[in-house]
Design a protein around this ligand. Structure first.
Ligand code: Y12
Ligand code: CO
Length: 173
């Protein structure tokens, strides 16, 4: 399965993803292909809608202290549900679907998530730091929300202006 990243402002990114009911070979193929494209494009998190599959599927692979992303650190979440949230943290986020743009976003500092793995087994993960931020960023994708939607009116206006400028520059080069 060869996947490519859907980029803003594609309307596909606004779709609400559907709950996964079948934990079969097709789901496993999608997860494996998502991992390949995420690593190839230097990502640390990816939701299925970013590769045009409207399923409640996301993957995360936070780099370790050496900047490596070993397979054993890969987290696959199917049908995730936020069951606990507390605190506040600000981090400069990026997204493979909005390349070259990084903006400060406010998120919960600590979260707890219930989810299923690729075989349908239920798990709970308590997360803090970058993992907590990445989970919230990817879960937003499942309901059609992008990190740029979380900016203040003024920051969003600035983003749109800069985005248009970059698009124009790309066309003319
Ligand atoms: C904290 C904040 C946000 C997340 C969500 C996951 N985001 C990413 O994985 C973003 C990756 C990204 C990679 C890019 O490519 C390169 O750096 C080569 C990129 O492209 C450019 O900037 C040109 C943009 C974003 C997790 C944790
Ligand atoms: Co994203």
């Amino acid at each position: 399965m060869n996947l490519s990243i859907v980029e803003y402002p594609d309307k596909k990114l606004r779709e609400k993803s559907l709950k996964v009911e079948k934990f079969d070979a097709n789901l496993h193929k999608l997860l494996d292909a998502m991992h390949s494209v995420m690593i190839k494009t230097n990502g640390i998190g990816l939701a299925a809608i970013q590769v045009a599959h409207a399923k409640q599927v996301l993957i995360l692979n936070i780099p370790d202290e050496d900047g490596e992303q070993p397979l054993e650190n890969l987290i696959e979440m199917i049908n995730p549900l936020l069951v606990y949230k507390e605190g506040e943290t600000i981090y400069q986020e990026g997204c493979l679907s909005v390349p070259s743009f990084y903006e400060d976003v406010t998120r919960y500092e600590n979260v707890s998530v219930n989810y299923q793995d690729r075989n349908g087994n239920t798990n709970t993960l308590e997360a803090t730091g970058l993992l907590s931020i990445a989970i919230q960023h990817e879960m937003d994708h499942l309901v059609g929300v992008l990190f740029i939607d979380k900016l203040s009116y003024a920051r969003r206006k600035k983003f749109e202006k800069e985005f248009k400028r970059v698009q124009k520059e790309k066309k003319s080069s």
